[in-house]
Design a protein. Structure first.
Length: 572
């Protein structure tokens, strides 16, 4: 008797619901107890205590109260800084502040690497993390150690916890707390400069509590977080321009006319000297020989912005050979930044930059993974362009064709159908799964727990994504068996994409690789998720392929969960 796909769905997803519910409730209760007692102050205890700031009832009320009054967010942040004892000290940090929709993290990574090459002690605050939360706070390019994270976490948490009774029991939400913690770490570790990436937007982002940055940057703008920032590029540009400060130099990459006009007006109102970065090819000297550590044509504008940010910061430090005039915004028009000759430190910095999870390639035997956390329309277009070129070059070099697999998930308010519409790269399989690392064994680390979403919601979204792929005409027609589309017709010499949904990242990766990845095949990486015979049969092309190319995209959290399994050192 053939059981229906609904039977399989109820069995696997039902078990997952039970397990995940235990994790969420257990983690919340135990972390609250540990936060109060603080026994031995271990790293996982600190992370669990941090996670309670995702779900605290007073925090949810705080969010509701501030909705519609975004200026209250910075007022609240100022209060938390005062309680933590950092408000008066924050101006002592030499800060480079960067926002944007696409490329702000890469720009920060380029900037940090260049200035570290000069011998400066650097701090770098970014979000989100891929595997461990301490990745968000880096010293000299490396995530702070578990020991330092634990030490500084309890120092800040203790100050805020001790004062909460006189402030209505309030504690900062997750991202606010980490921002305060980053400031504390950088001050305690005496960094020469701190590169700070904005979380969301700019004007009302909690990082905008910074009053005296040395230089500001705005990377490429696009549509994202519309419920918070607005539904047009112009509204989003207004939010991003909120990081401008009077007299503080600012740089932006070339933007569309509408949002550029908004940035110019914001700069004029605030009294901020705003300049537009030249193309990377315009820099003097042997610029055409630039080799960027981050792949993709879209990284060129990020590299140019990073060069300008570094040049401006170095000019403030009055280093020999780095003085240049500062053109101001005049009559509502921006000035063009100078295309100078980059120093050897700058050239080497651009080449040495690493930024995991963004146009990253990993090769494991016959399997090549292409990881990019693209989650907006423009970033997905860039991802597709990069993947097509990189995968084609890999096939040309190896001289053998590869089976192509898409592993996709997206979160939040993002239009998954719009992202999937961009993605047809002649995939043989399209696989969907939630951002849950595994369903058996130890499960997700506390660093990757998210209590702000329901399991029902994220699993339903995976099924909706599968349906969207089918609606776009990329998948084969539904057939019998678990969440898989049956025998597909040939299209231009290739089969139409088979689609599958798995309950976690590990089970998806193990099905894709069919035991051919030596890392995933290692002891302790086995899953007990049952797989029907029809799904096993569909994997024959993967077992016989000379090469497999896997594009993992749609969410940085998905990429991070994959990296946890594909590069175990990231979870050490």
């Amino acid at each position: 008797m053939v059981r229906s796909s609904r039977w399989w769905e109820r069995r696997v997803f039902g078990a997952l619901f039970c397990r995940q519910s235990c994790i969420c409730v257990g983690a919340t209760r135990s972390s609250s107890t540990r936060a109060a007692r603080r026994p031995r102050m271990e790293y996982q205890d600190a992370v669990c205590a941090l996670n309670t700031l995702q779900t605290n009832a007073s925090l949810l009320e705080q969010v509701r109260r501030e909705r519609g009054h975004p200026q209250l967010q910075l007022q609240a942040m100022e209060g938390f800084l005062q309680r933590s004892g950092l408000e008066a000290k924050l101006d002592c940090l030499n800060i480079i502040h960067v926002t944007g929709t696409k490329g702000k993290g890469s720009t920060c990574a380029f900037t940090e690497q260049i200035l570290r090459n000069y011998g400066f002690r650097t701090g770098f605050y970014s979000s989100p993390h891929l595997v461990q939360v301490r990745e968000r706070i880096r010293i000299n390019g490396q995530p702070i150690s578990k020991e330092l994270f634990t030490k500084y976490f309890w120092q800040v948490y203790g100050r805020l916890d001790e004062t909460k009774d006189t402030h209505g029991g309030s504690m900062p939400a997750y991202f606010r707390f980490l921002t305060i913690l980053a400031f504390h770490v950088f001050l305690q570790e005496k960094v020469d400069l701190a590169v700070i990436e904005v979380g969301i937007g700019g004007a009302y982002d909690c990082t905008n509590i910074i009053r005296r940055p040395w230089v500001c940057g705005i990377s490429s703008l696009g549509i994202d977080h519309t419920s918070i920032l607005g539904d047009t590029m112009e509204k989003i540009a207004w939010q991003k321009g909120g990081i401008f400060k009077p007299g503080v130099p600012a740089f932006t990459v070339k933007q569309p006319e509408g949002p550029m006009s908004v940035l110019m007006e914001r700069a004029r109102e605030i009294g901020c000297p705003l300049r537009v970065c030249p193309d990377l090819e315009e820099y003097q000297g042997e610029s055409h020989l630039f080799r960027l550590g981050l792949a993709g044509q879209h990284q060129h504008s990020n590299a140019s912005l990073a060069l300008q940010l570094c040049q401006s910061w170095l000019q403030h430090r009055c280093l020999p050979g780095h003085l240049f005039s500062v053109p101001l915004v005049e009559n509502g028009r921006t000035s063009q930044a100078v295309a100078f000759q980059p120093s050897p430190f700058m050239v080497k910095g651009l080449e040495d930059t690493e930024w995991p999870g963004r146009t990253q390639t990993l090769s494991h035997g016959p399997i090549t993974y292409y990881l990019d956390g693209a989650h907006t329309t423009r970033s997905m277009l860039a991802c597709v362009h990069w993947f097509r070129e990189a995968a084609a070059q890999q096939e040309l070099t190896a001289g053998i064709p590869a089976v192509r697999v898409l592993l996709f998930n997206a979160t939040g308010e993002r239009d998954c159908a719009a992202l999937l519409k961009i993605l047809p790269c002649h995939f043989d399989f399209a696989v969907f799964c939630p951002n849950i690392t595994e369903t058996v064994g130890p499960g997700s680390a506390a660093d990757q727990e998210n209590f702000n979403v329901t399991l029902e919601g994220i699993l339903t979204r995976c099924l909706d994504n599968q349906t969207s792929w089918m609606t776009l005409g990329q998948g084969a027609e539904p057939g019998s068996g678990l969440l898989i589309r049956g025998s597909p017709p040939l299209v231009a010499g290739r089969q139409r994409t088979d689609t599958l949904v798995f309950p976690c990242i590990l089970s998806a990766l193990q099905w894709i690789t069919q035991g051919r990845d030596p890392v995933l095949a290692s002891p302790g990486q086995n899953t007990t998720t049952p797989v029907p015979a029809c799904v096993v049969a569909k994997a024959e092309p993967l077992r016989e392929a000379a090469a497999i190319h896997v594009l993992i995209t749609g969410s940085l959290h998905l990429v991070g969960g994959a990296l946890k399994h594909l590069d175990p050192s990231t979870a050490a």
